[in-house]
Design a binder for this molecule. Structure first.
Ligand code: FCB
Length: 443
């Protein structure tokens, strides 16, 4: 790789990310059912109807996985704690075995010199709360804050940072309007409610974390470089609408207490009553922003379609196994825009960036190495342009359960054989390890 640790500011953190449902194995350790366990059983929702019951069996292999992070010379590990592992019915009864697991995980990170970056909600809504409407129910804000309190009282003294939500857009829009993820709704009223309640839950959880004396609290949002597919005014309008619903809705609510007019044009009539009253709590200060970035999105107008009357256009750039264009410039653009328009000097972390490829053991992994190299360069450029970027987490440590795509899409630095569950570091693991090896003057 062209750049190494020495090219980054002192203290810049390199790590890898995972999420509970994608690696742990939801059938182990007394975890409750979540909406992903049941969504996976719906016809056509997930490739081969695969679910996270076993996943990477990280629940039983946690120590070996943490060893792999440490052996790569990582500084930090981003993981999520599963709500349903902590509270199997989402509220009430606590699963002590689940708390013990996260206790061991955090101690295991610290013992290996890895800073634990926790995410509270990476998509597995407990089924008992899904029964009550999940993200469409305004009470979700208090349910989530209560869960945050239970887990924080156990591990909050040792985690380095806490993110409330992972990718609010996916939680709300992708899952309640496009129907691609659990709970698989395609309903504008449900979507508008989820779009607001996910922010409300973030705000309510921030309040609770502050009450518990927690610092280093923030949120992880996903951004795409949204561009019009042509110079036409209609496509420019389509891109602006998409930018508003995807990139601006959440960060504007959190940093300014407002929603973009282009998005309210569709969601406004379906919003929960008195949503304006929640905006002050939603826009309370955060300590960091996590940015997940994968690709760009070319958008065209689709007049035949209902609001937002947009359609994606397949671009000309080289694509990953997901069919996503490789576009590192978009990461630099996203980071500088966020700093300029929204977060100023607030610490920012790239909490996810990576790519899927149909890897087999022993391959050269050149596309992924080049992908990482170019995105690290984009981050370096953003820092030169004044962005207070403090760390980068590759998605993902392991090949894992890629949601609606099942186990087919391989994002890992480490290959997982899903029959034997054997782990084999890929060439990209070794390349990143060399690039982030300690600076000469640090050793
Ligand atoms: C992000 C998710 C993560 C993973 C990657 C590929 O949207 O946060 O869980 O699925 O995409």
């Amino acid at each position: 790789m062209k750049l190494t640790r020495s090219d980054f500011p002192q203290g810049f953190l390199f790590g890898a990310a995972t999420a509970a449902y994608q690696i742990e194995g939801s059938s182990y350790g007394g975890a409750g059912s979540t909406h992903w366990d049941t969504f996976a059983k719906g016809p056509g929702n997930v490739v081969r109807a695969e679910d996270g019951a076993v996943a990477c069996d990280h629940y039983h292999r946690m120590d070996a996985d943490l060893d792999l992070l440490a052996e790569a010379g990582m500084d930090a590990y981003r993981f999520s704690t599963s709500w349903a592992r902590v509270l199997p019915e989402g509220r009430g009864r606590v699963n002590q075995e689940g708390l013990d697991f996260y206790d061991r995980l955090v101690d295991g990170c610290l013992a290996r010199g890895l800073k634990p970056f926790q995410t509270l909600y990476h998509w597995e809504m407990p089924s008992a709360l899904a029964d009550l409407g999940g993200w469409t129910n305004p009470d979700v804000a208090d349910w989530m804050a209560d869960y945050a309190e239970v887990i924080t009282k156990r591990i909050g003294d040792r985690v380095h940072s806490i993110a409330t939500i992972n990718e609010s857009w996916c939680v709300a829009y992708l899952s309640h309007f496009l129907g691609h993820h659990a709970p698989g709704l395609r309903d504008i009223r449900a979507a508008a409610r989820a779009m607001h309640h996910v922010n409300k839950a973030h705000g309510r959880t921030m309040t609770r974390l502050r009450d518990l004396g927690m610092q280093n609290c923030g949120i992880v949002l996903n951004f795409e470089a949204t561009e019009a597919a042509s110079d036409s005014a209609a496509d420019a309008h389509a891109a602006a609408t998409q930018d508003a619903t995807h990139n601006r809705w959440f960060i504007e609510a959190i940093t300014k207490g407002t929603y973009p007019a282009e998005a309210l044009a569709g969601f406004g009539p379906h919003m929960p009553q008195n949503w304006q009253d929640d905006m002050a709590e939603i826009s309370q200060p955060i300590d960091f922003l996590g940015v997940n970035y994968y690709t760009r999105n070319l958008v065209a107008a689709d007049d035949a379609a209902t609001w937002p009357s947009t359609k994606p256009v397949i671009g000309p750039l080289e694509k990953t196994q997901m069919g996503w264009e490789i576009y590192p410039e978009g990461l630099r653009w996203t980071l500088t825009r966020l700093s300029r328009d929204y977060v100023g000097d607030l610490p920012v972390f790239v909490t996810e960036n990576g790519m899927a490829w149909p890897d087999a053991v022993g391959e050269e992994d050149t596309v992924r190495i080049d992908f990482i190299d170019r995105h690290i360069e984009a981050m370096h450029d953003a820092i030169s342009e004044g962005v207070n970027l403090q760390g980068f987490f590759y998605w993902s440590l392991l090949d894992n359960y890629e949601w609606a795509f099942g186990y087919e899409k391989r994002f890992g630095l480490i290959h997982v054989d899903f029959d034997t569950l054997d782990r084999t570091p890929k060439a990209s693991y070794h390349a990143l390890k060399s690039a982030i090896a300690p600076r000469k003057n640090d050793t």
